[in-house]
Write a protein that binds this ligand. Structure first.
Ligand code: GDP
Ligand code: MG
Length: 301
């Protein structure tokens, strides 16, 4: 438990959901807020498939941040429908919402998400990627545009990538949380098990090293996760839907898979704080992305 200052009962504790269209930097922001890489980041939209909880604790407050998959408005596949449901349910039962938008760029998709916000919960507009702005004076008119779109509680310009403004964002959010005891231990960063995080890390490397080539519907399962003293022994299987995709993931003479495995292992060692022995395999399983039943069996419901 977090030690409170003597006699003080003004510690705040609450849940904040991070919403926004794909690619605005929600996962990058969550990682910044927590201080470790918890949620996977990619240039390609739609890398976050699951709800990720990241916990920030300091001497004043504990904030449980929920990163959501971006809304997928264009394609109505079962996978996208499942993800949209995850977002909608994440908006209930929270103390505040952070809507992330890109500085100087308000798209139809942003507007659609803004129209889905409930006015019963305070919404902080996080204007991200300010490092990309050539002209900082563009920020003010942009904020004015946002102000006319929705009664935001506050506007906080940040660069999730560089870390600019992230402390200000935490200061702003704390004001909207109720006074209360922390729910998680002070050193807790997520409610997700290591097994899940391991699969996410492998997924991130697949996005990173296959880029646009990564076939839609590729997923990762952890077949084995064992502790041997301080060592973690992890076997991961990359599941693809076609034999041709398997060859792409493996690469010439196994070169792709090797770099994916090495980088994933390094990130796991950093996140788990110990040595990891990782094996990555690739297996073909036909058509799972189109099959709602197999989606459920993989835990996407
Ligand atoms: P999400 O889909 O909203 O979760 O977005 P991600 O966190 O996966 O980020 C999407 C892309 O935007 C990645 O390539 C990030 O590196 C990039 N990105 C995120 N935040 C910033 C930022 O503050 N500045 C810049 N220049 N790029 C960013
Ligand atoms: Mg994301």
């Amino acid at each position: 438990m977090v030690k409170k200052a003597d006699g003080a009962s003004n510690f705040r504790s609450g849940t904040v959901v991070i919403v926004g269209r794909p690619n605005v930097g929600k996962s990058t922001l969550l990682n910044r807020l927590i201080g470790v890489k918890l949620s996977i980041v990619s240039r390609r939209a739609q890398t976050t498939r699951h709800r990720i909880l990241g916990v920030h604790t300091d001497s004043r407050a504990q904030i449980a941040f929920v990163d959501t998959p971006g809304f997928q408005l264009e394609h109505a596949s079962p996978l996208n429908r499942t993800m949209n449901r995850t977002v909608t349910s994440a908006l209930l039962d929270v103390d505040a919402v952070m809507l992330v938008v890109e500085a100087d760029k308000l798209t139809k998709q942003d507007e659609k998400i803004i129209s889905m916000l409930s006015e019963t919960v305070p919404v902080v507009a996080v204007v991200n990627k300010i490092d990309k702005l050539k002209d900082r004076t563009a920020l003010l008119p942009f904020i004015e545009t946002l102000r006319t779109a929705y009664p935001f509680a506050e506007f906080v310009p940040v660069s999730a990538e560089k870390g600019t403004g992230v402390e200000d964002l935490i200061d702003a959010i704390v004001n909207y949380l109720p006074v209360g005891d922390p729910v998680y231990e002070a050193d807790t960063i997520t409610d997700r098990p290591e097994r899940f995080l391991a699969a996410e890390i492998v997924r991130e490397k697949l996005f990173q090293f296959l880029g646009e080539e990564l076939p839609y519907g590729t997923t990762v399962e952890i077949e084995r996760f064992e502790h041997e003293g301080p060592l973690r022994r992890i076997n991961a299987t990359v599941i693809v839907s076609k034999a041709a995709h398997k060859a792409m993931v493996i690469g010439a003479k196994g070169s792709k898979l090797k770099v994916i495995g090495t980088r994933a292992r390094k990130d796991m060692e950093q996140l788990f704080g110990g040595k990891v022995f990782l094996e990555v395999w690739v297996r073909v399983k036909q058509g799972w992305a189109d099959d709602a039943r197999s989606l459920r069996s993989l835990g996407y419901s």
